[in-house]
Design a protein around this ligand. Sequence first.
Ligand code: PRP
Ligand code: URA
Length: 209
Amino acid sequence: MDKVTILDHPLIQHKLTLLRQEETDSKQFRELVNEISMLMGYEALKDMPLKKIKIKTPIAETVQKTLDGEKLAVVPILRAGLGMVNGILALVPFAKIGHIGLYRDHETHEPHEYYCKLPEDIDKRQVVLLDPMLATGGSAEAAVTFIKEKGCKNIKFMSIIAAPEGIKRLSEAHPDIHIYCGGVDERLNKDCYIVPGLGDAGDRMFGTI
Ligand code: PRP
Ligand code: URA
């Protein structure tokens, strides 16, 4: 599990507690997801390569560091992953955005694809795959498989809350990808919801409960 990082900064933990609370409404929920995603992205992207460039300040010429132009693609898993996009784009506004639409079957809990549109050059990009919930891991596993089929080798997966079952499934299916979570909860319930979790992320985000 050396490729699993729990991003438990106090600010993330505080906002995650607010996010979980059932009285948190959709507007607050979206704001919190956005803020948590930005805080998580700040940590998850800390290995971005740098290069040195020569610049001139008002005082002197100097050699300083700048991002080495590594190309990023941010890919939310619809619907709930959409809420994480702007938090990451605030940090890397030059990233391209792809979309993967998946929903979990209510009976089998297995994912079904209904949409996939990815940047053409995604195989040359570092991919940051976003979904606030990693429950059984079926959706994340399927999304990583699609992206790999396009030739991508460099994939990070970010979820706000993960279940141990989801981490296990995703890291066994795709041991090469790096998983970042804001918190790891106890378990899944019989309906494959994360306990204690936060309920249905998509419904809470978009007010479709
Ligand atoms: C939720 C969530 C993940 C998935 C996680 O989406 O946003 O995509 O479930 O569960 P898993 O790890 O067991 O696959 P859902 O299928 O409810 O679709 P929605 O985002 O459109 O509501
Ligand atoms: N999807 C959600 O939105 N919440 C869960 O707890 C599990 C899957």
